[in-house]
Design a protein. Structure first.
Length: 255
């Protein structure tokens, strides 16, 4: 009798474990971490500014916990082909092209040999607080991916077809002219897009695009709507950062 109970118990555990694993995998979303500024100053309490010390600890944490920090272009190509990705894949992205990426984030990324993509607003290049073309070219030569974040950072769904085409194509053309090679990644300003904008991004020749939170109904493997996790001051806690970079944060947040 006891032997039969053990068999039943083991079967029950096996079946439940199988469905638990499937349920967990169904809620996994590749964590695409979105940073803005890496700076020690307190910009009037902006949550989008992460201190260099916090950033350094976060990158050390990723290395120590076995995260597979992967270039966004590799994730995009895997989504196109249907290939699987490492279970601890993490992508690092930086919006707007702030100069403090060059001074405060880039050295840490170099130390840990971590890839990242910087999305540049071409109309802001060289302005106070933003990357110069010389810095952008150096980053590109050192292995940092440079992506487009439009020309003027507008709300794309509100633009006319002509204006939309200009924002997408002109920024791509400018970056490619400065860098001397194709620029394949785009980031929707403020994460705003719709089907018309998505199609325009494809038509402009981009291979992939990062959004913000396109919603629960959106595919978790759409190369033109990668979901992001915003990293902010609340991520100073490594426990919070661990949750955010786990791959399950967005799945539960969208519930």
């Amino acid at each position: 009798m006891k032997k039969k109970l053990w068999i039943v118990a083991l079967l029950w555990l096996g079946i439940n474990s199988f469905f638990l694993v499937r349920w967990v995998r169904a809620h996994y979303i590749v964590p695409v971490l979105m940073y803005h500024e890496i700076d020690a100053r307190d910009t009037q309490g902006s949550k989008l500014v992460v201190s260099p010390e916090s950033f350094r600890r976060q990158m050390e944490f990723l290395k120590l916990t076995g995260a597979k920090v992967t270039p966004m272009e590799e994730v995009v190509e895997a989504f196109h082909s249907g290939d699987s990705l490492h279970s601890r894949t993490v992508v690092l992205t930086f919006d707007d092209g702030f100069e403090n990426f060059y001074t405060n984030a880039f050295p840490t990324l170099q130390t840990h040999h971590l890839p990242a993509v910087v999305f540049v607003v071409t109309g802001w290049v060289g302005k106070n607080g933003y990357l110069t073309w010389e810095q952008i070219r150096q980053l590109d030569q050192e292995g940092i991916t440079i992506g487009s974040h439009s020309v003027t950072h507008p709300w794309l769904p509100a633009l006319s077809d002509v204006e939309l085409k200009r924002e997408l194509q002109a920024s791509k053309r400018i970056l490619e002219g400065k860098l001397g090679h194709p620029v394949d990644l785009f980031c929707y300003p403020m994460g705003a897009f719709d089907e018309r904008v998505r199609k325009a991004v494809i038509d402009a020749g981009y291979r992939g695009a990062r959004a913000t939170n396109p919603g629960k109904a959106a595919s978790n493997r759409d190369p033109y709507a990668l979901k992001r996790v915003r990293i902010s001051r609340s991520s100073d806690s490594l426990l919070t950062f661990w949750v955010e970079s786990s791959g399950y944060y967005l799945g539960f947040k969208e519930k």
